[in-house]
Design a protein around this ligand. Structure first.
Ligand code: PRP
Ligand code: URA
Length: 209
């Protein structure tokens, strides 16, 4: 079974509270999501294996550590996932970026696919799927399934705010995937929005409402 890892670093929690506040505007919301994504990146990459490398400092030869040949991809779920890409790229500048476009049907709340463009060698890469909101889990679960259909074997999911329902769905549908989140909230409301949540992440990020 996959794990749920809650990133409870004080800086992450502080910034998340500002993001949740309805008085925080799009510019600050974007900046904070970018900063939190970079901070969460430390946790998401914590188990990356290291290998020994021989180098010479100005004083002496030594054996240092480097990340062991990781090929990475960051895959945002459009739209709101876009807001988490740059923060991660700051830490992982050689990662390739794929895009999966999904929106929730407003009536059924089930995801509808409208776009998918992935690196050609995606199946060889460790994939970090990013989306600020894990609500019913339908979008994340479908995105992960699409990646598995392309041959991906090593996938992790990074979300800002999660509902228990979404966590359960992803862990059940994809027991090999770990979920990293900054907030595990109480529940979904009747419109399948996360409560207390932060509202509609895409609209707040791009100022579309
Ligand atoms: C939001 C969010 C997730 C999805 C989560 O996207 O960014 O992708 O809903 O809900 P789920 O877990 O119930 O599937 P939305 O469909 O609003 O699209 P947008 O990012 O384009 O606004
Ligand atoms: N999508 C959002 O943007 N927010 C929610 O609370 C649920 C789905």
């Amino acid at each position: 079974m996959g794990k749920l890892i809650i990133v409870d670093h004080p800086l992450v929690q502080h910034k998340l509270t500002i993001m949740r506040d309805k008085n925080t505007g799009a510019k600050d919301f974007r900046g904070l999501l970018d900063e939190i994504s970079m901070l969460m990146g430390y946790e998401v990459t914590r188990d990356f294996p290291l290998c020994d490398v021989e180098i010479e400092t100005p004083l002496t030869p030594m054996v240092g550590k480097k990340i062991a040949g990781k090929k990475l991809a960051i895959v945002p779920i459009l739209r709101a996932g876009l807001g988490m890409v740059d923060g991660l790229l700051n830490l992982l500048p050689v990662a390739k970026v794929g895009h999966i476009g999904l929106y929730r049907d407003p009536e059924t709340h089930t995801p509808v696919v409208y776009y998918c463009k992935l690196p050609v060698d995606i199946e060889e890469r460790t994939v970090i799927v990013v989306d600020p909101m894990l609500a019913t889990g339908g979008s994340a679960s479908d995105a992960i399934r699409m990646l598995k259909e392309k041959g991906c074997k090593n996938i992790r999911l990074m979300c800002l705010v999660s509902a228990p329902e979404g966590v359960k769905k992803v862990l059940e549908d994809h027991p090999d995937v770990d979920i990293y989140t900054a907030g595990l909230d109480e529940k979904l409301n009747e419109r399948c929005y996360i409560v207390p949540g932060l509202g509609d992440a895409g609209d707040r990020l791009f100022g579309t409402k």
